[in-house]
Design a binder for this molecule. Structure first.
Ligand code: PSV
Ligand code: MN
Length: 426
């Protein structure tokens, strides 16, 4: 299944006049549209290889058919997204859910779709078939050195897969922790984890980065050994300049001020990247921007304020890694991902509209009302025509989900792959 240039043109042509009308109105209301458009065109969000199939909960899973059955088909799916929106030009692999057998061939296939490899993710939160030792009581924190060794070796293996693909970062998310008070000696768990991470860090190629992802709860419900940004920052500071903190929006205690966390990590030069999603209760992994779009905007406001995304364009080696980490239980996974990328682009465009000089003045004058007015003026601007224009200039579709449905991509995928294929992942 492929989206061709003819598909895109046939879709865009009848919509172009209406689009231009919307764009003209918007650009008459704002300033700096040329720079904003360029920034939006340069902007890319990575798609996780494990989010291309239907998600589920422990109560069930209701697949919609046509799921990718192999890494090759996952790359094809991300290629479809990228052809539609021109902003999904990277894929992030989770090992061992997706083990590339022939790194070079996989890299070539990805390149043929205009895709790069983003961070590779290790997995020591599940036991795999034929695995010698269990992670039931943790991996890098484990009281048994042999379990720690196994988990370290897995991470080193993941780095090797990443090198073969041209990836340049490793994301470590640990489910390590404890379910009951007294189960774990916190300080020993921290020290064991730190020592294990030090060994993994030593195996990083010199141009690689390690992202340490924190999470407040689940699957452990009393303590998590990398439970918040403070702990993640401690590990990354102790490890050295190649280690950074990764912020997954769903991994905080309720009502945490994520934008403040982002601002401070950025200030410390330790913000490695994001896993974008949205939630109402816990780690719900819902579509980005579907529940708290204002929070998403405030996060982007901090990224723009700190110059984080602009410097990424100048220096891709140290770019903040932007990735989606969501699960699609009731939506078509590809449509859901298109919605997520769109929400991220909208938040970025709105953040670029904030009058920073005026905001700075209002802050220094303690003019709280003006501060709020300035932020909300940007947030309440309908920037969808700008985002669509960036897509159009990049060769994408004016309405990606519209074209996805017109061409009936899902029916095509079901025809090729069948109703029952199941993608690897959670
Ligand atoms: C854990 O909840 C997490 O956010 C980590 O990033 C994992 O790699 C991913 O989800 C697995 O779905
Ligand atoms: Mn995550």
């Amino acid at each position: 299944m492929k989206i061709t240039q003819q598909h895109i043109e046939a879709h865009n042509q009848p919509r172009i006049a209406q689009h231009k009308k919307r764009l003209d109105f918007l650009t008459s209301e704002i300033t700096g549209e040329r720079e904003i458009l360029q920034k939006l065109m340069d902007f890319q969000v990575a798609i996780p290889s494990w989010a291309l199939g239907t998600g589920g909960t422990r109560f069930g899973r209701f697949p919609g058919g046509g799921e990718p059955r192999s890494l090759e088909e996952k790359i094809e799916d991300v290629g479809l997204l990228h052809a539609l929106n021109r902003a999904s030009g990277a894929i992030s692999l989770h090992i061992p859910w997706d083990i590339p057998k022939d790194g070079k061939a996989i890299q070539e296939l990805a390149a043929s779709h205009g895709l790069k490899f983003d961070a590779v993710n290790s997995n020591t939160f599940q036991d795999q078939q034929n695995q010698a030792l269990s992670y039931k009581f943790g991996s890098l924190q484990h009281v048994d050195k042999a379990v720690r060794r196994q988990a370290i070796e897995h991470n080193v293996e993941v780095i090797k897969h990443g090198v073969a693909l041209g990836s340049e970062s490793l994301t470590v998310w640990l489910s390590d922790g404890s379910c009951f008070p007294g189960q774990l000696n916190f300080r020993r768990a921290f020290q064991n984890t730190l020592e294990s991470l030090q060994e993994i860090y030593a195996a990083l190629p010199s141009h690689w980065r390690m992202f340490i992802e924190y999470k407040a709860f689940e699957p452990n419900f009393y303590s998590m050994t990398v439970g918040d940004w403070g702990q993640s920052l401690l590990y990354s500071q102790k490890l050295g300049p190649q280690a950074y903190t990764l912020v997954d929006l769903g991994h905080h205690l309720p009502n945490a001020n994520i934008e403040q966390i982002v601002a401070l990590l950025l200030m410390e030069g330790k913000l490695g990247g994001f896993h974008f999603n949205d939630s109402k209760y816990g780690d719900d992994d819902l579509t980005v921007g579907s529940i708290r779009p204002y929070q998403l905007f405030l996060i982007f406001n901090e990224l723009v304020e700190g110059g984080a995304l602009e410097s990424a364009i100048r220096n891709p080696q140290s770019a903040i890694a932007l990735m989606i980490d969501a699960s699609h239980n009731v939506k078509d996974p590809l449509e859901d991902l298109l919605q997520s990328v769109e929400a991220i682009m909208i938040a970025y465009a709105q953040a670029l509209l904030v009058d920073r000089i005026a905001l700075n003045v209002a802050q220094l004058e303690n003019d709280t009302v003006r501060c709020q007015e300035l932020l909300q003026a940007a947030y309440r601007t309908d920037v969808r025509a700008l985002v669509a224009e960036a897509r159009l200039r990049g060769g994408g579709a004016l309405e990606p989900i519209g074209l996805f449905r017109e061409v009936n991509v899902r029916r095509g995928l079901i025809g090729e792959r069948g109703e029952r294929g199941m993608a690897t992942g959670l």
